[in-house]
Design a protein around this ligand. Structure first.
Ligand code: ZN
Length: 376
């Protein structure tokens, strides 16, 4: 049986260079739409049962974050539910995976994908809860609805807490996180969530970059725009995803924001704060600190030893979501990063950082929110 490799499905991304010899398969990652970024890959390989395959991604060195390949293990799945790590090496140019599949058909991806169908199931299932309403607040550049969830009773005296995810579409762990967060918030038998909703309304955008997700991009929308550099000057033409969400934020107000991402380089879960914004003060400093201390006690996957260097006063880039919103609303606003690699803090040799761990981290956010909501 000859080998075939395909990627013409939701979020698929690969170009076949040579598959004549299963031990010397040559592949390339396609660039993001209208952009030079590349890193996300996702493809299906068939005709490979019990054949020792060596797959070489020959343009891995041109990736957006080549350091992302150091100590990285690609993920594989037979059923697209269980994604396990396969032996992967990087020589500074080529990313090589060696693998003898147990079945004829196998999927290989940068990280466990979260498809548009899964997204639609997530938001449509959420609206079944009497606590939640689903609305479209605008269209992407390719005309898809931007799905927005409101959880709570809209009581204006309560705090307004925002969580948005997946501005960078290849960072699928961000939407797995939202799945965990939403299921916990809508669990009416969970005392934490019930107590939180007595004090707050939650506003959620589970996927900020629907088009980019379907296109199999790492970092940009269909126009080639990096949404996380658009927050100072979003436009309907190039970044409607940011334009409409920010408009809604201004309409509703904001006392807390978390922007959920994945980080290609660091093998840790960490938070990037707003230390460098002009309005950073003692209150925001104390909130930043107590939010971190409480969350890492509640879920030790999070840590604060490793992360991005903190901005010096006045040096924050206000085009970035969390910093822009922290300044605009003078509130606690942060970026959460989860790894594509391993969480070296608490490693898992079979799965690495996974969809399941991302879900559990999302489930742990309401407890942390409850611990600080009175101080927001
Ligand atoms: Zn990101």
């Amino acid at each position: 049986m000859s080998i075939t490799i395909s990627s013409t499905f939701d979020a698929g991304n690969i170009e076949v260079v040579n598959i004549e010899n299963h031990e010397k398969i040559q592949l390339k990652i396609r660039k993001d739409t209208n952009s030079d970024f590349l890193q996300w890959f996702y493809f299906r390989m068939q005709g490979v049962k019990e054949q020792s395959c060596k797959l070489n991604i020959i343009n891995a060195g041109d990736a957006a974050y080549p350091e992302g390949w150091e100590s990285y293990q690609a993920r594989a799945s037979y059923d697209r539910e269980i994604w396990f790590q396969i032996p992967t090496k990087y020589d500074g140019k080529t990313l090589s995976m060696e693998f003898t599949p147990e079945f004829d058909s196998v999927y290989i991806a940068y990280f466990a994908p979260f498809s548009y169908e899964q997204h639609l199931d997530l938001v449509n299932n959420a609206q079944h809860s009497s606590l939640c309403t689903l609305e479209s607040i605008g269209e992407t550049t390719e005309g898809r609805p931007i799905d927005f969830l409101r959880i709570g009773d809209e009581d204006k005296t309560k705090k307004n807490l925002w969580v948005i995810a997946r501005q960078h579409p290849g960072e699928t762990m961000a939407e797995w996180f939202m799945l965990g967060l939403i299921s916990r918030l809508l669990d009416e038998e969970n005392a934490t969530s019930v107590s939180l909703l007595k004090k707050a309304n939650l506003y959620l955008v589970p996927n900020m970059n629907i088009d980019g997700s379907i296109l199999g991009n790492l970092r940009v929308n269909a126009k080639g725009v990096n949404l996380n550099r658009e927050w100072a000057t979003p436009s309907i033409e190039n970044s409607p995803e940011v334009f409409y969400v920010k408009q809604k934020m201004k309409e509703i107000g904001m006392d807390f924001n978390l922007d959920v991402h994945g980080d290609e380089g660091l093998p840790y879960v960490f938070i990037s704060g707003i230390e460098g914004i002009p309005s950073f003060n003692q209150k925001l400093s104390e909130l930043t600190d107590s939010f971190m201390q409480n969350w890492k006690r509640i879920n030790p996957d999070l840590q604060d030893e490793f992360g991005y260097p903190k901005n010096k006063p006045g040096e924050a880039n206000l085009m970035i979501c969390s910093k822009n919103l922290g300044e605009e609303f003078k509130c606690l606003s942060q970026t959460l990063e989860m790894p594509f690699k391993q969480n070296d803090n608490i490693p898992d040799s079979i799965f690495g950082w996974s969809a399941e761990r991302s879900i559990k981290l999302g489930e742990s956010l309401p407890s942390t929110m409850l611990s600080i909501v009175d101080n927001l």
